[in-house]
Design a binder for this molecule. Structure first.
Ligand SMILES: Cc1cc2nc3c(=O)[nH]c(=O)nc-3n(C[C@H](O)[C@H](O)[C@H](O)COP(=O)(O)OP(=O)(O)OC[C@H]3O[C@@H](n4cnc5c(N)ncnc54)[C@H](O)[C@@H]3O)c2cc1C
Length: 408
């Protein structure tokens, strides 16, 4: 038997869950919503050594869907950002750019939040929400007809919806089945993450060391703890990940500098292959893509999830506005508006992160002097720094209402 919904979201991770919760909150039962995910009922995301830089705009969305209150005790406001650019074995790492990470009203432009906290809070909220949560199966086939889109799950379950939203991450079955091509490339790098405890306080300062192999970020967490997010060439990352505890600690310590005192690794490290993947279009009849399914970027600026939350806020705003004037979620003009709103902005951001990675992840002396001059210039221009902070907070451009802290 086929089950029918107004909106079907495939993927219940960060963006799929956030979208489902935002729509449920705003629509108050006026449209039926279903979410599918392959993890079984009662699943709790495993402990993760990763932490996210959550921009102020994304925090506003998490507040609206009631998730921020569940993670705030584990979130560290970032008070200051410091950027260095030097060789791994340089005796000192000169600070090229430093700025206060606060918006005009002193609101922090970003917080660092453990992955496990956000993933767990979203999952808990989703399970309690007024929607249909189909667990333990995944979308397998996707098709569209004149009156609905249909999804067949791996379990054989048949679903129909007015609009299907793919929030399936970078590898998306529904995106492929809809014939939407992607462009992109591998960076030949892996992102390594771990958590460390240190004997001295970080005072909320986030540090980005641009090292020749890639950025090494020290992201502050509550207490004397930080998350390390670090890019290395793939072969070197594999070597580092294969080291024993003492060997791994030595690699971290070499890159860390001694400023935070003695360090201890307190979480098993994990690594992710880094690549760029951009969908050629974000929509098809009765289909919209959000999050990494639309665009997966290099984590150099810690913005992948933040861009996904921008998709969520824009799409939720359009669906809710349309619903209030009697238009269906799949309204073609609404989908075109979504694509226009998000694709250009995403393409610009993706190109910027790609360019940053190319500019900084190398040891070319000419490029180094250009980038160091650029960073030095920004450091001396107070106006440039506040623009940078607003951009990183996700509050520049055409900002969807949920990201400005307004209700739908
Ligand atoms: C090392 C690293 C550090 C990062 N740091 C940051 C940061 O500081 N700040 C930031 O903003 N971003 C950061 N990111 C990016 C961020 O992790 C991603 O943008 C984010 O995870 C994307 O979320 P998503 O919900 O779109 O997709 P995913 O998290 O990939 O989730 C996809 C979900 O869909 C499900 N799924 C897949 N296929 C199907 C199917 N066929 N049917 C049903 N379900 C399906 C999966 O099981 C999963 O639950 C980082 C990334 C890396 C690799």
């Amino acid at each position: 038997m086929t089950q029918r919904f107004d909106i079907l979201i495939s993927g219940a991770s960060y963006t799929g869950a956030a979208l489902a919760l935002a729509l449920t909150e705003a629509l108050d039962g006026s449209l039926s919503i279903a979410v599918i995910d392959k993890a079984p009922a009662g699943f709790r995301p495993p402990e993760s050594p990763r932490a996210f830089a959550i921009a102020a705009a994304s925090r506003h969305l998490l507040e609206y869907i009631g998730v921020w209150s569940a993670v705030v005790s584990e979130a560290q406001p970032v008070s200051e950002i410091e950027i260095t650019d030097s060789d791994l074995d340089a005796a000192v790492r000169p600070v090229l750019l430093t700025y206060e990470n606060a918006l005009d009203d002193n609101e922090p432009a970003s917080h660092i939040v453990p992955d496990s906290a956000i993933a767990g809070a979203l999952r808990g909220k989703l399970e309690a929400a007024n929607l249909t949560f189909i667990t333990g199966t995944q979308a397998h086939d996707f098709d569209t007809g004149p009156n609905s889109a249909s999804v067949t799950c791996s379990s054989g379950l048949q679903l129909e919806a007015d609009l299907v939203i793919a929030a399936e991450g970078r590898i998306s079955r529904i995106r492929d089945q809809a014939g939407i091509k992607t462009i992109g490339w591998d960076y030949g790098q892996s992102g390594i993450c771990t958590l460390v405890a240190h004997s001295k306080p970080h005072h909320g300062r986030a540090v980005q060391h641009f090292l020749p192999a890639g950025p090494f970020a020290i992201l502050p967490l509550p207490g004397n703890r930080s998350c390390i997010t670090w890019s290395e060439k793939t072969n070197e990352a594999q070597r580092i990940m294969a080291l024993d505890e003492a060997g791994f600690l030595r690699e971290v310590a070499t890159r860390f500098t001694g400023r935070l005192g003695e360090i201890t690794v307190i979480a098993n490290p994990a690594s992710w292959p880094l690549n760029l993947r951009l969908a050629r279009t974000y929509i098809a009849p009765r289909l919209a893509l959000v999050g990494d399914t639309a665009r997966g970027v290099h984590p150099i600026a810690g913005q992948g999830l933040n861009l996904g939350m921008r998709d969520v806020a824009a799409l939720a705003e359009i669906i809710v506005e349309n619903a209030r004037i009697g238009l269906p979620p799949s309204d073609p003009e609404g989908l075109v508006r979504y694509e226009r709103w998000r694709r250009f902005d995403s393409a610009v951001s993706s190109a910027a992160f790609d360019g940053l990675n190319r500019l900084f992840s190398n040891d070319n002396p000419v490029l180094r002097s250009i980038r160091d001059a650029g960073l030095g210039l920004i450091d001396r221009l107070p106006g440039a720094k506040s623009l940078l902070v607003k951009e990183a907070a996700g509050l520049s451009g055409d900002v969807p209402r949920l990201l400005r802290g307004e209700a739908l």
